[in-house]
Structures are given as structure tokens and as C-alpha cells.
Design a protein around this ligand. Structure first.
Ligand code: GDP
Length: 462
């Protein structure tokens, strides 16, 4: 069930509506003279809907100067407690400056608002209803709390909300005592289904500047010298590939070597053109960015690595010719620093040192590629995501740009290859980039997802 707050300036009929929704008996008790409770709460029913209703009418009787400030604070509190706000105006009076103030509060709080034009029995509220459009809070619903008119309209507006909350509650239910092992087992099974098979081999491309050692690496993976055997005819120009079984993994490698051979035959420049690089990235599930340890992170490497990230491919960075390196520890630290500085968008991508020539480190490269492919296909259950999300928001709540509080409601994974998540929240347009990064990095660390782009988008509840 959900919580509805009735808000609005004094005298628009909030109490009357509250009483109608919860039944007079309870309301009468609470309405004892002298009892000024700030916020009244009651169990409401509207046909088959059951929900909690909060009323801010307690201050109606207060007439001192501080009324406006107190009314404002009270309203803000009610809005924060509620899932939906029913904002009432008086249809006979029309929109007053005071109404505008309340409308502003609701907008700033990012509340889900139903606009009610009260005292609209018969045709009395016609003018007010038309004026109410001007508040920019959507279509107003005409009500008469006193005479019970418009209750059916209110019901039809509330019902989809109620269903939405019921759905969400069901989805979120396991959050309370989520069976982690069960959720993990589910994810495990899902991953198992994406393991490369003979029918669906792992697709990789090795990209990098000329002489980085691409051909040498590919030949090593294939276990024979591809340049001697010549390229197989590709099915299409876009996917010239070689099939192999690499350490037990059915694999298709984008045929960098074959293309190079063609280039040699045609006596052209011995390098992959930009178009070839793009084609390689499009072909691949996992892109291996092969760096030459002696000339690492060249502009061409950076460009293609960035393109791979933008295209949503999993990326593994391999530093080749490691056999030539004497000061391995120092070099590694230097490479890591360069990686962070030059390719921040690939944070989390694994970096593996290899020697294509001797074959050293190829087992670690194989493992890193498989892991990147796994997490690229990864699906995390909504239950586990939301448990994590509440811990994240608790540790570090979203900011309040321009005084507008951003409320994160829940999140769910909407796609894989690469993993994409949607976070439902208020003011998605105001969410700063830094908070998105906080969540992306958090996801990567907590759920152990190296080597894959992670997309997080924010959406309002509409
Ligand atoms: P490609 O242009 O990226 O395909 O590069 P190649 O595979 O043709 O290699 C370029 C040069 O680097 C060749 O002379 C290779 O023998 C050499 N090379 C490739 N990998 C290694 C390595 O791991 N260690 C050393 N020392 N040399 C390598």
C-alpha cells in the first residue's frame, strides 16, 4: 500500500477530504478542540483501495504570523513521508499566490502530485479547474470533499499508482531479508547460459598500433602461423574471423593478421586503418587493446580504446613485449598511472602483461578476457541491487542541487552486453555526473565487474 498526503493552503478543504477518506469517527476523535496535532494520519479507503492518508490541516486554526513558515515546514515533512501528494486548491476562489507557493514546494521536493480542485460541486469549480492548469502540475481532478463528488475520478487516478506501488513492493520485498545465496545462484545460472559454446563462440578482436604484436599474439593463440596459411574467406566483409579453440574456449578472433597479409600483398601501408579498427570493435564482444610496452598508450591506442568503450564493448588491456622489460615493478606502476590518467573512461578494465612471442602471460590474458566477457553478460537481481542501493544512498545521499532533494526510489537492470541499469528517482535531470560515477564505481567494486562498461541512467516516475 501507499501513503497519500493531502496538502494545500488553509481552508481549501483538506480536513473534509481527510474525514471522507478515513471515515468520520476517527476524524472526530482527532478533532477534539484544543488538540492541534501537526500531522494527522489515518487508514483510508476509497472503494477497493486501502492506503494511508496524511493531513496537514492541524494548523488551520493557528492564526499567528508564523503560520506560513510552519505550514511550509509541515507540508515538506508530509511530502517526504508520502508516496503521492494530493494538492488541493479551492475551485471557487481559483489559484491564489499562496497556492503558487505550495505548488513550488511540491515541485522542489520532486513530489508525485495529483492536483485536486475542491469545492467544485456542480459547475461551481469550472473556472477554478481551468485556472488550475496554469500551475503546471498536470490535469486537475474536480472534487467536492463535502458532497463526495469526484471520488470516482480520484479513485481512477490513484489506482494505477497503487498498482505501481504494489508491484514495486513485490519487487522490493526480498530486500528486507534477501536470500543472498539464492539470488547469487540465480545470477550464476544466468551467467552459465552465456558461456561461449561451439555455436556461440567468444568473439574477440586484438587492436593496437602497428608493430604492437597483434599478428604474433593471434598466431600464438591460434597455435599456428596464420601468415603462412593465408586468410580464410570471411562470410562478410564486416566479420572476417578465424575460429579456434583457445584453452578450451570456442573462440572467434577478428582476423587482424589476415588483413595485414592482404595489405602486404597489395604493398600498402602495414597498418590497420581507422575503419578496420572500427570494424574490429564492432565485431568483438571483448576488445583486447594491445600496447607495446616500449611505446604504450599511443594516440591511436587511446582513440580505439575510447571507441570500444563508447560502443559498449568489454575491454582488456594487454601490455606486450613484457619480456623486453627489466624494471618490471617500476614499469608496471608507471603503466597503471598512465592508464588512469589517459583512459579514465576505462577505469576497471584489467591490465595484463604478456609476451606474445614467448607466450608468457597468455593464460592470465585468457582468464581476464573470459572474466570480462562474463561481467559484460552479467545480470544482477533487483533484490540484490536495491539492497546495495540503499546502503550506497545511506553512506552518501544524493545532493540537493538548487535546493531540490533528489530521492532515489529503486533500481533495476534493464540490459546486458554491456550491463545497463535504470535508477528511478525524482529530478533525474538534476542528477550530477559525480553521483552517477559514484554509483557506477560502486557497482563495479561491489559486484566485481572489471572490464565492462556500466551504463546507469536516471529516470523520473513520469
Ligand atoms: P602487429 O603489427 O601488431 O601485427 O605486430 P607484429 O605481430 O607483426 O609484431 C611486430 C614486431 O614485434 C615483430 O618483430 C615481433 O616479432 C615483435 N614482437 C611481437 N610480440 C613480441 C613480444 O612479446 N616480445 C618481443 N620481444 N617482441 C615481440
Amino acid at each position: 500500500t501507499f501513503t497519500l498526503a493531502i496538502v494545500g493552503r488553509p481552508n481549501v478543504g483538506k480536513s473534509t477530504l481527510f474525514n471522507r477518506l478515513v471515515g468520520r469517527k476517527l476524524a472526530l476523535v482527532d478533532d477534539q478542540p484544543g488538540v492541534t496535532r501537526d500531522l494527522r494520519e489515518g487508514d483510508a479507503r476509497l472503494m477497493d483501495l486501502r492506503f494511508t492518508v496524511i493531513d496537514t490541516a492541524g494548523l488551520e486554526e493557528v492564526t499567528d504570523d508564523s503560520l506560513q513558515g510552519r505550514m511550509r515546514r509541515l507540508t515538506e515533512r508530509a511530502v517526504d513521508m508520502a508516496d503521492i501528494c494530493l494538492f488541493l486548491i479551492d475551485g471557487r476562489v481559483g489559484v491564489t499566490p499562496s497556492d503558487e507557493v505550495f505548488a513550488d514546494i511540491l515541485r522542489k521536493r520532486g513530489a508525485t502530485v495529483i492536483l485536486g480542485v475542491n469545492k467544485a460541486e456542480g459547475k461551481a469549480g469550472d473556472a477554478g479547474a481551468i485556472e488550475a492548469w496554469g500551475l503546471g502540475l498536470g490535469e486537475p481532478v474536480r472534487l467536492s470533499a463535502e458532497h463526495g463528488e469526484g471520488m470516482e475520478d480520484l479513485y481512477h487516478i490513484l489506482r494505477p499508482h497503487a498498482e505501481g506501488f504494489a508491484e514495486r513492493a513485490a519487487e522490493d520485498a526480498p530486500v528486507v531479508d534477501v536470500d543472498v545465496t539464492e539470488a547469487e545462484a540465480e545470477e550464476e545460472a544466468d551467467l552459465e547460459a552465456h558461456k561461449p559454446t561451439a555455436k556461440r563462440p567468444l568473439q574477440i578482436a586484438v587492436i593496437g598500433r602497428p608493430n604492437a604484436g597483434k599478428s604474433t599474439l593471434i598466431n600464438k593463440i591460434l597455435g599456428y602461423d596464420r601468415l603462412l596459411t593465408g586468410p580464410e574467406a570471411g562470410i562478410t566483409r564486416d566479420a572476417i574471423s578465424v575460429r579456434t579453440e583457445w584453452m578450451g574456449t570456442p573462440t572467434r578472433i577478428f582476423d587482424t593478421a589476415g588483413m595485414r597479409k592482404k595489405a602486404r600483398i597489395n604493398d600498402k601501408l602495414e597498418k590497420l586503418s581507422v575503419a578496420d579498427g572500427i570494424r574490429a570493435v564492432r565485431f568483438a564482444e571483448v576488445v583486447v587493446v594491445l600496447l607495446d610496452v616500449e611505446i604504450p598508450f599511443e594516440t591511436q591506442d587511446l582513440r580505439i580504446a575510447d571507441f570500444a568503450e563508447t560502443e559498449g564493448r568489454a575491454v582488456v588491456v594487454a601490455v606486450n613485449k613484457w619480456d623486453l622489460e627489466d624494471e618490471k615493478q617500476e614499469k608496471l606502476a608507471e603503466l597503471k598511472e598512465m592508464f588512469e590518467r589517459l583512459l579514465p573512461q576505462l577505469r576497471g578494465a584489467p591490465m595484463v602483461t604478456v609476451s606474445a612471442k614467448t607466450g608468457r602471460g597468455l593464460d592470465r590474458l585468457h582468464a581476464a578476457i573470459l572474466k570480462a566477457h562474463d561481467v559484460w553478460n552479467r545480470r544482477i537481481t533487483t533484490a540484490r541491487l536495491n539492497t546495495w542501493l540503499s546502503a550506497m544512498t545511506e553512506a552518501h545521499p544524493p545532493p540537493a542541487p538548487q535546493g531540490r532533494r533528489i530521492k532515489l526510489r529503486y533500481m533495476t537492470q534493464v540490459k546486458t552486453r554491456p550491463p545497463g541499469f535504470v535508477v528511478m528517482c525524482s529530478h533525474p535531470d538534476l542528477m550530477p555526473e559525480s553521483y552517477r560515477r559514484y554509483l557506477v564505481n560502486g557497482l563495479r567494486d561491489h559486484f566485481d565487474m572489471p572490464g565492462t562498461p556500466i551504463r546507469v541512467t536516471f529516470r523520473g516516475q513520469g
